[in-house]
Design a protein around this ligand. Structure first.
Ligand code: GUN
Length: 293
């Protein structure tokens, strides 16, 4: 039977520690860490994510600035706004919430954010530095997964980790991180994706499965080896008339189906989700303290 990995509890304890560090900074006469979020248009999910980031800043004593732009903003205008933040020494971290309107190239925007302020860890320089094991901003969700594995003292060295999904935000960096020579790492990693053949067979050889494919309840008991550790990064809104909100949040793993078979599992919600914002705050604090660059 699985032990539930309580992401909400771990996130709260990490937030408390970050809050204490902010107090120490202020007591030493330094300014609070400052996170800037750029939001283009009015995508409902993005509004919620950004509002939660701003709220976390308030809770932890960070300064935050939300810059909102209409969907009609041109790519050139947006890049100029990014440059303004790059050049402002009082701003430590910048995130540009994705997705962006179709006429704006997200890669161009990510590459314009200065690597030293790229607290999302999406800039190619940060991804390259991460891959080489150099100090780098590591993207928030993969960092949150590493912190959960560390908190629960889950052995990773020599284990077979199967990552399902190769997104730039989660699957790809996760696969790189899990194979690094690092206390949480040293796995033999298999990165699977939509063209992978025999996914069930590959997953069922895994000691650790990290599901990040964005298909609700896709991973079932027949994908899982008895005793495997399951990390569910999926978060899809599924219509559910029985809920007041009209929708339910589903992970990529069929929790009830796999629960008896696994050793550890992250639930959805309250698993990986709460860790993502904490990692972003941690990166912003590291930036303010000049710990990465
Ligand atoms: N959209 C979905 N997840 C993320 C994230 O982690 N960062 C940014 N900037 N946009 C997102």
């Amino acid at each position: 039977m699985g032990q539930i990995i309580d992401g909400k509890m771990v996130a709260e304890s990490m937030k408390a520690a970050i809050g204490e560090e902010v107090k120490d900074l202020l007591a030493a006469g330094k300014r609070a860490p400052h996170l800037v979020a750029i939001l283009v248009g009015n995508n409902g999910a993005s509004e919620t994510y950004v509002a939660n980031k701003v709220k976390s800043c308030e809770e932890l004593g960070f300064a935050s600035t939300l810059l909102r732009f209409p969907p009609s903003i041109t790519e050139q205008e947006l890049l100029a706004e990014v440059e303004k933040v790059n050049n402002n020494a009082d701003m430590d971290g910048l995130i540009v919430q994705l997705p962006l309107p179709d006429h704006i190239n997200p890669d161009k925007v990510m590459e314009t954010i200065h690597p030293s302020k790229d607290v999302d860890g999406f800039h190619p320089i940060n991804i390259g530095r991460m891959a080489k094991g150099l100090p780098a901003f590591i993207s928030a969700t993969p960092q949150g997964v590493l912190d959960l594995l560390a908190y629960y003292k889950i052995e990773t060295s020599g284990k077979h980790c199967v990552v399902v999904g190769r997104s730039q935000i989660v699957g790809l960096p996760m696969s790189i991180l899990m194979q690094r020579n690092h206390p949480v790492g040293n796995c033999t990693v298999t990165l699977t994706h939509s063209k992978t053949k025999n996914l069930e067979e590959i997953c069922s050889q895994a000691d650790i499965v990290i599901a990040a494919l964005g298909r609700p309840e896709f991973i079932k008991a027949n994908h899982i080896k008895p005793g495997a550790v399951i990390i569910d990064v999926g978060l899809t809104r599924v219509e559910d008339p029985s809920k007041k909100s009209g929708f339910a949040l589903k992970g990529d793993v069929d929790f009830n189906d796999v629960f008896e078979k696994c050793s550890y599992i992250t639930p959805v919600p309250k698993g990986v989700g709460p860790m993502t914002i904490v990692s972003l705050m941690k990166n912003t604090l590291l930036s303010a303290k000049g710990k990465i660059y």
